[in-house]
Write a protein that binds this ligand. Structure first.
Ligand code: DON
Length: 592
């Protein structure tokens, strides 16, 4: 079975792939083919490797993947590598994420066997009342919501990095941050996406003197082939390395951030910075066929939506269906989950999110029962209010190390280059995550997504996210998955899970053409090659609107450990030519 049948023929990335280590594993696999499924499952259980044969990292830039591997070589574990990858992405992908933004880190600590969801999402400053985002006519002030200081939440990523180092890492923060500091100081080559993104945000970015100092340092906008140096950002990262939380949230950096916000007529308080804290949350867990899924809880909407969609879809054997049937059912599952996202999801520290009910098998069974096998359910017939789409920045990385530690992390400044505003003297580009709140109930945000009370802004509250860093594990395999793409993140992760379940490898999963439905607008969006003409016609005959051949989206970064063959592989999304997945083998233990 293939979720989408056409795969790109060329994969332009280096993908590390490790041959099976150990004759036993090979013999067992050969045996499995001969002896049939039940005995095979028994045998497989008895012979899977207990630890990966090395380290695999997939991230959206080759420099961040390399920074992670160098940190492992320096004696670090996956958590130290995650700090290196995250902070390097913050330097080389300012369009997507940064220490002026936030993120989620899904961790598995091999020594304790514990899974933890580290929530380093931004929080709303007290000044961010709903009224502050309305214009004189009572309409949403979109400039305020997406540009400059009012669009920015209190950053969470620096606290996330400090927490990772203190609780989970093995190396000093200064060592894990060293690659990012070096690259910020010495510079890195500007690539096409940075240049193009700057072009589309230029008018906003050049309003701010701090931004001009970084991006117009040589008098002209960033261009491919030039080197982008960020010495102030290097200094800020050094202070974080030296002083931990206080290096960013108090003292020199905090003073400059507060002054920058004030200079542009925004309002942040010193205690809001000093008081920022990450949260450790229990991940959402559920089963889909042979897989144990571990994924993002609120304030992400991703895990709840995944649980709904996959448990709805478990009612069918998708592998036995033809493409029109399969896409119809998957789209109907997507439609229902996104309706609930709009209504129920928000920050669990502020609102009661009915996670247990929404993520339950019984609730999914009820939703499944109302899906017509041959007819689209018009979204307007599902109770609730309309929502729509998001775009494609943000960044994800996946890491597995040789001890079995895992990090699946998604981080963001929200829109291209976040708020567009760099705080002078810090190199910190502030996020525009406030737009992820339902600033005006029922009014779509920059991407058309909206919400209601559950996601209304309140002081200290986290805005609802779609970021969905996930693990999926069967007896035979473990995969880490995640992607950027706003509301399209969750469906990318869904399709990736279905693709792994169908037997694809990591490269195929990252390259897989995508389709998406999010309740409102009531249409299936599809990338070129995702749905063939016959499928489009069959879906239309069932009442679906199909926007086939939209431009591509997402930037999925995944790693896969095959526990039976004891191989590691990575898949870096071919839509992003600067991404990279690599495997580093650790030497095999000496024979006794
Ligand atoms: O947290 C979220 O869901 C969004 N702020 C992510 C934004 C994204 O993936 C791409 N945006 N252009």
């Amino acid at each position: 079975m293939r979720v989408a049948q056409v795969l790109p023929t060329a994969f332009v990335f280096h993908i590390g792939r490790v041959a099976a280590r150990g004759l036993t594993a090979i013999l067992v696999l050969a045996g499995l083919l001969a002896v049939g499924p039940s005995l095979a499952a028994e045998t497989a259980k008895a012979t899977v490797a207990s630890q990966p044969p090395g380290v695999a990292i997939a991230s959206a830039h080759s420099l961040s993947t390399r920074a992670g591997l160098d940190t492992i070589r320096a004696g670090g574990n996956a958590f130290d590598a995650a700090i290196a990858v995250s902070s390097t992405l913050a330097v080389v992908e300012p369009i997507s994420s940064g220490i002026g933004g936030g993120g989620f880190f899904l961790l598995h600590d091999a020594s304790s066997g514990r899974d933890v969801f580290l929530d380093a999402r931004e929080t709303a400053p007290a000044s961010a009342t709903p009224a502050a985002y309305l214009d004189e006519k009572g309409e949403l002030n979109r400039d305020r919501a997406t540009n400059g200081p009012w669009s920015a939440g209190i950053p969470g990523l620096p606290a996330g990095l400090v927490h990772l180092a203190q609780r989970y890492g093995r190396l000093p923060l200064a060592t894990s941050l060293a690659p990012a500091i070096r690259i910020a100081r010495d510079g890195f080559p500007i690539y096409a996406r940075l240049e193009k993104g700057y072009g589309s945000r230029r008018a906003v970015m050049e309003r701010y003197r701090g931004t001009r100092a970084v991006f117009l340092a040589d008098g002209t906008p960033p261009m491919v082939g030039e080197t982008l140096k960020q010495p102030d950002l290097a200094r800020t990262l050094e202070l974080l390395a030296e002083k931990g939380h206080a290096g960013f949230y108090r003292g020199e950096v905090a003073k400059k951030l507060l002054a920058a916000v004030r200079e542009e007529s925004g309002k942040w308080r010193a205690d809001e910075l000093a008081g920022y804290q990450v949260r450790e949350r229990e991940p959402i867990r559920f089963r889909y066929r042979d897989w144990a899924i571990t994924t993002a809880p609120p304030p992400s909407s991703g895990g709840v939506a995944l649980a709904q969609m996959l448990q709805i879809l478990e009612g069918w054997d998708l592998a036995k269906l033809d493409q029109p049937d399969r896409v119809h059912l998957v789209a109907e599952a997507m439609r229902r989950a996104y309706r609930d996202r709009t209504i129920y999801l928000g920050d669990p520290d502020f609102v009661k999110v009915p996670v247990a009910r929404l993520a339950s098998a019984d609730y999914a069974a009820g939703l499944r029962a109302a899906i017509h096998p041959d007819k689209a359910t018009p979204s307007a017939l599902l109770s609730g209010q309309p929502a729509p789409l998001e775009d494609d920045e943000t960044t994800h990385f996946s890491i597995v190390d040789a001890e079995g530690n895992r990090v699946s992390a998604t981080q963001t400044v929200n829109l291209l280059y976040g708020s567009g505003m760099v705080a002078p003297g810090t190199g910190v580009l502030l996020n525009n995550e406030m737009d992820d709140f339902a600033l005006k109930p029922g009014t779509p945000n920059a991407f058309g997504v909206m919400g209601f009370e559950a996601n209304a802004p309140e002081p200290g509250k986290r805005m609802l996210s779609s970021m969905t860093p996930s693990f999926i594990e069967s007896d035979a395999q473990l995969a880490l998955i995640g992607a950027p793409g706003g509301s399209r993140i969750i469906t990318q992760v869904l399709l990736a899970i279905l693709a792994y379940d169908a037997g694809m490898d990591a490269r195929q999963v990252a390259a897989l053409p995508r389709f998406h439905h999010q309740w409102m607008p009531d249409a299936i969006s599809a990338e070129p090659g995702a749905l063939d003409a016959a499928t489009v016609a069959a879906l239309q005959a069932r009442g679906h609107t199909v926007n086939a051949g939209e431009s591509t989206w997402g930037n999925l970064q995944t790693v896969l450990w095959n526990k039976q063959a004891n191989t590691l592989e990575g898949g870096s999304d071919p839509r992003n030519p600067v991404g990279r997945a690599e495997v580093l083998l650790v030497p095999a233990p000496p024979l006794r």
